[in-house]
Design a protein around this ligand. Structure first.
Ligand SMILES: [Cu+2]
Length: 79
């Protein structure tokens, strides 16, 4: 049985649907990422929730956000 886990990313610098698409595109390339949900808060800190059933590396998530052109300002995980 797969255990879903979620990782919540706080991302600054996102302002429109194109930003959302860029972030999703980069995160989709990170190994272990199953699903991505974005709550866009233009010019504030947006919430990006990543679902994984295998676990995912924080540094890989950070790199993906940076490559999309935004800044990862926080990571929190379920227990
Ligand atoms: Cu944009």
């Amino acid at each position: 049985m797969a255990i879903d886990r979620t990782v919540e990313l706080s991302v600054s610098g996102m302002s429109c649907s194109h930003c959302v698409a860029s972030v999703k595109e980069e995160l989709n390339e990170v190994p272990g990422v199953q699903n991505i949900d974005v709550i866009l808060k233009p010019n504030e800190v947006s919430k990006v929730t990543v679902v994984t059933d295998t676990g995912v590396d924080d540094d890989a998530l950070r790199t993906a956000i940076t490559e999309a052109g935004y800044e990862l300002v926080g990571i929190s995980r379920d227990a």
